[in-house]
Design a protein around this ligand. Structure first.
Ligand SMILES: Cc1cc2nc3c(=O)[nH]c(=O)nc-3n(C[C@H](O)[C@H](O)[C@H](O)COP(=O)(O)OP(=O)(O)OC[C@H]3O[C@@H](n4cnc5c(N)ncnc54)[C@H](O)[C@@H]3O)c2cc1C
Length: 396
């Protein structure tokens, strides 16, 4: 009987299990995870930190999910080496071999700049349940929480900490929040929402390190400014987990290099999710993980059956109680693009559509889920909007 091994039990790993079982009820599946817990979506960690869900409630698939899909889950079993020649893998508990194909879906890790004093006890990161538990414990006794990084993780975490009664402040080196997803105007509207929630933000603060002796007492900037705080979380981006692939002699750039079939440089070994790089593209978001995992799974069952075409990157989140969607192209400098922007500071809404050749290729919808849906539909249906421009954000 055919046999598949999956390394990593996150969005991509579990997405691949689902797809494989849709296509093949017989094939043997082994899933290896270095974590103690079965699958939980990472965004759920915010609910846990914010106190709205317990640890049990954030686990999406318990052991019965794996049993129902007839997949063998090996928890607390990190894979330390892959042998591409015989498609075997090594773990501390032994060597697993006999696979017809392998999927590497090991995700990414938090990138922490070499800040002076980053090793202090009250400086944290957030990636796993264990990190979230540590942060929750630390927040309880803290006076003021500093989050270094104004990306999605930093903002969502600050809001979660606020919900527990904390006093968070987000510091970021750039001139706006969510610099990948938003432009300056949208960031301003978001900052107003955060102000109302009493979540402080400080832009243009280039952190160089932590102050204090044994415990950090704050963060300092290149300009010599200091923000004082009792707990610090560094949320300054992620990097692909490529070490396993590199030590197994697979081709690696920013991520593990895959072709249109999600196959790595070794035949029968596939990669998907945050760890995979396709055509020079790499994203650390759930739509990427789901989409690449689906293609990988299809080709693991029948090689050549599915080609990856890329994704339109999109983020949808609820920040400070408002809906925020950023999709496709949002930052443009070329005159080939047209931008339509509508701001209502009183209502706290910001809409932007980026148009090329009368087609919407991206946009931002802050404060209204229906506008986000409209933008998404216009993009996916490639609607000619030449007649609709003055009323683009109106809803029927
Ligand atoms: C707190 C938080 C909130 C987020 N919110 C959003 C959001 O709102 N929207 C969005 O699109 N994205 C969000 N993301 C990003 C999103 O979670 C990732 O893009 C997604 O999880 C990637 O899926 P993956 O399967 O590639 O990696 P992961 O989900 O990280 O799974 C990889 C798994 O592999 C395991 N692993 C690693 N190395 C090994 C090894 N050697 N052996 C065995 N197992 C190993 C890891 O422990 C992990 O369990 C968030 C991330 C975090 C941390």
């Amino acid at each position: 009987m055919a046999k598949i091994g999956i390394i990593g039990n996150g969005v991509a790993g579990t997405g691949a299990i689902r797809e494989i079982r849709k296509l093949d009820s017989e094939v043997d599946i082994d899933v290896f995870s270095d974590e103690r817990h079965p699958y939980y979506p990472k965004p759920n960690l915010m609910d846990f930190v914010g106190g709205s869900r317990t640890l049990e409630e954030i686990i999406r698939y318990g052991p019965e999910w794996y049993e129902n899909l007839n997949a063998n889950l090996h928890l607390s079993t990190p894979v330390t080496q892959v042998d591409p020649g015989i498609k075997a893998l090594s773990t501390p508990s032994g060597i697993f071999s006999g696979y017809d194909s392998l999927l590497i879906a090991v995700g990414s890790y938090p990138f922490v700049p070499p800040f002076e004093g980053v090793e202090k006890k009250n400086v944290h990161i957030l990636r796993t349940i264990d990190d979230a538990v540590d942060i929750c414990r630390a927040v309880k006794g803290a006076g003021r929480e500093i989050i270094v990084g104004g990306g999605i993780l930093g903002i969502e975490l600050a809001v979660a900490i606020k919900q527990t009664g904390g006093q968070p402040i987000v510091v970021t080196n750039v001139d706006r929040l969510l610099p990948i997803q938003l432009d300056g105007g949208a960031s301003e509207v978001l900052i107003r929402h955060l102000d109302r929630m009493e979540v402080e933000t400080l832009l243009g603060f280039t952190c160089t390190g932590m102050t204090g002796d044994e415990l950090a007492t704050g963060v300092k900037s290149t300009a010599g400014d200091i923000v004082e705080g009792d707990l610090i979380v560094v949320a300054t981006g992620v990097r692909s987990n490529v070490e396993l692939a590199r030590s197994s002699n697979l081709s690696v750039e920013r991520g593990i290099v895959v072709d249109d079939f999600m196959q790595t440089s070794a035949e029968g070994i596939f990669a998907a999710g945050d760890c995979a790089e396709w055509n020079g593209n790499w994203y650390g978001i759930i739509p990427w993980a789901l989409s690449t995992a689906k293609t990988a799974a299809q080709n693991m069952i029948e090689f050549g059956s599915s080609r990856f075409n890329g994704i339109i990157p999109s983020n949808t989140l609820q920040v400070a109680g408002i809906d925020l969607t950023s999709i496709g192209v949002v930052h443009v400098e070329s005159p080939d693009y047209e931008q339509i922007v509508s701001v209502d500071r009183k209502e706290g809404t910001y809409y932007k559509a980026v148009i090329k050749d009368n087609l919407v290729v991206g946009g931002i919808a802050l404060g209204n889920r229906k506008v986000a849906l409209k933008l998404r539909t216009l993009i996916s249906q490639q609607t000619d909007v030449s007649e609709m421009k003055p009323t683009l954000f109106e809803l029927e």
